[in-house]
Design a protein around this ligand. Structure first.
Ligand code: IMP
Length: 443
């Protein structure tokens, strides 16, 4: 019997709460596979009173599930080793029986960060400064260094000595072009060798062929969760280009990133935050610059897990979500942070946009500039009560057996409206940060 492949995707601009949903779903999974992105991601999981902040490790590690970093990811071994150490300090051991890293995964080096800084993309796009874009550039240019080479200590030294001088010239050239006014950093190859060689030795036991492992597991009837990072509108092709990341968070990215065929995917779960947030520059039609925005920012603690930056916030945008449904083919959605909207008064959802030529559309336009100029038309919904944590937990208890009917009436109406607009059923609604604070459609 063929197993099940379940993809979990952020339906908006990232930070929808995917980590928590993957953590919950991973209870029934055999493998959790991260398929794209790198240390730019930030997944927060609250379990047993402890908060885990993950950047590179798949969320499955918190439950000790087999967790794979697939070929579509770009790995900074410094971030990875630090994260393994941090988890170990919290009592979670991430050994080779838990974690596997594909030998084809591209590795991030200090020159990737230096090139990102020099290019000015931090200022223009609001990139995270983790070297993600330049690492994917190297991968596409066929000049990158992969995990299999990082763990081959002798080969690594030779390759680094070969690559470093050309990277130094490149960095000097970019700095000389005046994009960044600081001086070009020195790429001391011996220092890089002495930092990366031991990391390669440390990480060598984790090396594997994750594509084959996943395909074999699926053939053996196992359940595999494919974990996306970032969100749909940060997709390199289909997001709000150029204000995007350099990989493919959309569901199709699971196939190319993890090395499975489309027939391996049985379900696609979209994670939908009950409002919208975005970190970094780019269009955001429903952005709120008023007191309501401030309230959501503070109550929702909308500050980045990776960079600590304040997230931009706005109303839920059904035009973006309709596009997201098309791009991902969601079979169900998980609505997160519904409790944050409690006590705000009337809630708004953008159901169409007015465009500069007078046209009205109900789906986000493909053209980024047009999206920038779109004026949302809102539908108003009744406010949700300002429940305390205890009251929401009572609703969660009531949900056991009653599903969403345990939600206060207006919260249920909000959920039903989202389902109605998208034509996709909600599988769960989150009303607090913890693993337990989730109401399932059916229990
Ligand atoms: P990069 O991925 O560092 O190249 O940044 C590209 C864009 O994606 C920037 O706007 C970042 O703020 C955004 N971004 C990258 N990772 C995340 C994430 O995990 N959540 C939200 N935004 C992200």
């Amino acid at each position: 019997m063929m197993g099940r492949g379940i993809v979990v995707v952020g339906s908006q601009f990232g930070d929808e709460g995917k980590g928590k949903i993957v953590d919950t779903l991973s209870d029934n999974a055999d493998i959790v596979a991260r398929y794209q992105g790198g240390g730019n991601a930030g997944h927060t999981i609250v379990a047993n009173g402890k908060t885990f902040k993950l950047h590179l490790l798949p969320s499955g590690v918190v439950r000790g599930k087999r967790s794979l970093i697939c070929a579509g990811v770009v790995v900074d071994p410094r971030i990875l080793c630090a994260e393994i150490d941090e988890l170990s300090a919290l009592g979670i051991v991430v050994g080779p029986s838990v974690l596997g890293i594909d030998v084809r995964t591209h590795v991030i080096f200090p020159w990737h960060q230096a090139l990102e800084a020099a290019s000015g993309s931090g200022k223009k796009i609001g990139t995270t400064g983790k070297g993600i874009g330049p690492a994917y550039e190297d991968a596409a240019a066929r000049t990158g260094l992969r995990f299999g080479e990082l763990i081959d200590s002798q080969g690594l030294v030779a390759r680094l000595r070969e690559i470093a001088p050309s990277k130094q010239r490149l960095i000097q050239g970019v700095y000389a072009s005046g994009v960044d006014d600081g001086g070009a950093p020195e790429m001391d190859v011996e220092k890089i060798i002495s930092a990366y060689s031991p990391l390669g030795t440390l990480l060598a036991p984790f090396a594997c062929d994750t594509s084959h492992e996943i395909n074999s597991a699926l053939r053996g009837g196992k359940r595999v969760l494919f974990e996306g990072a970032q969100g749909t509108f940060l997709d390199k092709e289909f997001g709000t280009y150029p204000f995007v990341t350099s990989s493919h968070p959309i569901a199709g990215g699971a196939c190319t990133g993890a090395g499975v065929g489309p027939t391996a995917i049985s379900e696609v779960h979209g994670v939908v935050k009950a409002y919208t947030t975005r970190v970094g520059a780019g269009p955001f039609p429903t952005e709120l610059a008023d007191g309501v925005g401030e309230l959501i920012t503070q109550k929702g603690r909308e500050f980045g897990t990776t960079t600590g930056r304040r997230r931009r916030v706005g109303w839920l945008d059904a035009c973006l979500l309709r596009r997201s449904c098309e791009l991902n083919g969601f079979t169900c959605i998980h609505i997160t942070k519904l409790d944050i909207l409690g006590g705000i008064g009337k809630l708004k959802v953008a159901t169409s946009y007015a465009l500069p030529d007078g046209a009205v559309t109900d789906i986000a336009p493909a053209d980024t500039e047009l999206l920038e100029k779109a004026i949302p038309n809102y539908e108003e919904l009744d406010g949700i009560p300002d429940f305390s944590g205890e009251e929401w937990r009572a609703a969660v208890d009531g949900g056991k057996g009653n599903g969403f009917n345990a939600l206060p009436a207006n919260a249920l109406a909000y959920v039903r409206r989202i389902e109605g607009i998208l034509g996709v059923p909600a599988a769960s609604v989150s009303v607090g940060p913890g693993r337990e604070e989730i109401i399932r459609a059916k229990d």
